[in-house]
Design a protein around this ligand. Structure first.
Ligand code: GLY
Length: 392
């Protein structure tokens, strides 16, 4: 479709995608004096509406992801200041809760897995403490009697991603970000340079720089040259929400998580009584169906950890799509196409990486340079030239 009309004034920066990553990018760019626009049919939506919001740099550490750990920790450290600034800018409470996390084991296999994780955390210089089953239950009395040990990580906190998204949206509006509530249909490119987008209603939006921050959809934008298109894929997560009645004491004081028969399960207690139980991890393309099997497995595993959950009302079941990347790490910064930058591929760590992503993109948009902490996450690591440089 050819554009039917043009927007009056090109922006300095156009962000494609109004999830938390797009919003934080737009907010930080606008704060630095750049005329910023954002295109999304439903800004503030996306995977943040499903995510539990664990800030789990230490308890979600995986072998081979030590470089990503550095970025995760940098973002975790920024959270208190980020939340204070966002609260001030938006007048909204983004629901940050500094409650810590307890990762527990239910059987010998789970305990061996946790022992390995503890050793890896220690090698990486991370603070975590091994507890016996009895010590775990002293901290969290509603845990099942069968819990055989656990790891106490006082530095892994949580935030409510729905409230975070709402606060970021308000902060963007107050900072003067222009919101275009429609789909970006196609990237426009002129003489090997990204120049903007054409939206679903045929409007051409011009921009000095375009930031593609469309989560799991980032690999599908028309007009992006094939060798620049980010290798991002959807990874489905089903999540449940339960509610502890207001007249009852909280079931848990901190996030409790475990690997049960190879599947991750976590229970994230909000201050308002909401208890978020997640999450499946399914490679099923664009499917966001909530399945009986997904709900059953989450409830079964969560019940093994905390039997008392069966008494709680089940208030919501939902599935979202994580933006998976080939190395589980985000793609941040300029691409091989001039004028096009990426802020996508955050996979399991989108909420955690929100503060650092905003800072990195603001830095690169104002200076042209990727800050040192973000260089390992340049999108160019997946480009055609990077791949041909690999040893045979
Ligand atoms: N970080 C939690 C998840 O992706 O399920």
């Amino acid at each position: 479709m050819s554009p039917t009309h043009s927007s009056t004034r090109p922006s300095d920066v156009l962000v494609i995608g109004g999830g938390i990553i797009g919003l934080v990018t737009a907010w930080r760019a606008a704060q630095r004096g750049l005329a910023t626009a954002l295109v999304d049919p439903e800004p503030g939506g996306g995977a943040a509406q499903v995510a539990a919001g664990m800030l789990a740099a230490v308890t979600e550490l995986h072998y081979g992801e030590e470089t990503l750990l550095g970025l995760n920790l940098a973002s975790a450290r920024r959270y208190p200041e980020f939340v204070a600034e966002l609260t001030e800018a938006s007048g909204r409470d983004p629901g940050h809760r500094q409650c810590g996390t307890l990762a527990v084991a239910l059987d010998a296999d789970d305990r061996a897995h946790l022992r390995d994780l503890h050793a890896l955390q220690s090698r990486c210089g991370l603070a975590s403490q091994w507890l016996t089953g009895r010590e775990c239950r002293r901290l969290e009395p509603m845990l099942a009697p069968g819990v055989r040990g656990g790891l106490r990580v006082d530095g892994d906190h949580q935030i409510d991603p729905r409230r975070l998204a709402a606060a970021l949206l308000t902060a963007c509006e107050r900072a003067g970000v222009r919101l275009h509530r429609t789909w970006a249909q196609r990237l426009t490119v002129d003489r090997d340079r990204a120049t903007g987008v054409v939206t679903a209603d045929g409007t051409a939006l011009g921009a000095g720089r375009v930031v593609l921050a469309a989560g799991s959809l980032s690999g599908r934008l028309e007009g992006v040259p094939a060798d620049v298109l980010p290798p991002v894929r959807p990874v489905k997560g089903q999540v449940l929400r339960l509610a502890v009645p207001r007249d009852r004491p909280p079931l848990l004081n901190r996030t409790v998580r475990a690997v049960v028969r190879g599947s991750h399960v976590y229970l994230v207690p909000r201050e308002n009584g909401e208890l978020v139980v997640g999450a499946t991890s399914e490679e099923l393309g664009w499917d966001t169906t909530v399945t009986a099997g997904g709900v059953y497995e989450l409830l079964r595993d969560a019940h093994e950890l905390v039997p008392g959950i069966t008494e709680l009302p089940l208030t919501e079941t939902r599935a979202g799509l994580r933006p998976g990347s080939p190395d589980n790490a985000p793609l941040l910064g300029p691409t091989a196409l001039e004028g096009l930058l990426l802020a996508t591929g955050h996979f399991r760590n989108g909420v955690l990486l929100t503060p650092v992503t905003g800072d990195v993109l603001a830095h690169v948009l104002t200076t042209g340079e990727l800050p040192a902490e973000a260089r390992p996450f340049s999108p160019r690591r997946f480009g055609a030239s990077a791949l041909s440089e690999q040893p045979a």
